[in-house]
Design a protein around this ligand. Structure first.
Ligand code: DC
Length: 232
């Protein structure tokens, strides 16, 4: 496909806590693009399963939930550090989808083909409108293979666990670094080895390793690629 037929969607993929959302949000604001964190949808279905007493190992049950649950992402209604309001069947669950329990179970739920096809279809509808930065694991490879710019943001597991640990402490929550690290490593393993849409960089993605970079430096590196792609 020639470049001029490509959708002006920016795909940002990478492992858990690699800084995709923070950097993606900043770039979206700079460009006036919509920011769409697709991980929120997998988290919402995981929380819905936990609350409904559906086992996260019940593929059919989780798929049914993915097909029937209404997930809405809206502008933030409260100033408490949230990027968006996340509503599940109309109820505000913005922070409930970020608990260690959801963290520990979301990778399992996102291995299911039925869950992925229900959520991918919804994501694509938003992606093809263009002027959107989509953040996830399979945006460049599966959801939006025609994205005009694909970035794969990487960092070591220790660095990523440290960032998530500090975010929790800053929100006033309890956090244990070793526990966060072990969940990050387990999620990496499941996300990268699942059969459907595993976490990997698209062939035409630009890989950025953010281990030694501040968030401002990651933002600048992405903006440089945005300019080179003619988007700014
Ligand atoms: O980015 P995150 O930590 O909020 O993502 C939560 C989980 O959702 C992650 O473990 C894998 C899954 N996910 C996915 O499989 N595909 C996506 N496009 C986004 C997230």
């Amino acid at each position: 496909m020639s470049d001029d037929l490509r959708v002006n969607t920016i795909a940002v993929d990478g492992p858990a806590a690699s800084g995709k959302s923070t950097a993606g949000q900043l770039v979206a604001r700079e460009l006036g693009y919509l920011f769409f964190d697709t991980g929120v949808m997998y988290r919402a279905i995981t929380l819905a399963a936990l609350e409904a007493g559906v086992s996260v190992f019940d593929e059919l049950g989780c798929t049914k939930l993915a097909e029937e649950t209404q997930i809405d992402v809206q502008p933030p209604s409260i100033e408490d550090g949230r990027l968006n309001d996340i509503l599940i069947d109309g109820v505000d669950k913005t922070w409930d989808i970020r608990t260690p329990e959801v963290d520990a179970n979301v990778s399992e739920v996102s291995t299911y083909a039925g869950v992925r096809s229900a959520l991918t279809a919804q994501q694509r509808k938003i992606g093809v409108r263009g002027r959107v930065i989509m953040v996830g694991r399979d945006i460049g490879t599966v959801v939006m293979p025609d994205a005009i710019l694909k970035i794969y943001l990487d960092a070591s597991a220790e660095e990523r666990a440290g960032r998530r640990h500090h975010e929790r402490i800053e929100r006033g929550e309890e956090s244990d670094f070793e526990q966060v690290l072990s969940i990050v490593q387990k999620r990496d393993q499941i996300d990268s080895s699942r059969e459907v849409a595993p976490l990997c960089a698209a062939e035409d993605a630009v890989v950025i390793n953010s281990d030694q970079m501040s968030i401002e430096e990651v933002f600048e590196a992405i903006m440089q690629l945005v300019r080179e792609a003619g988007l700014a």
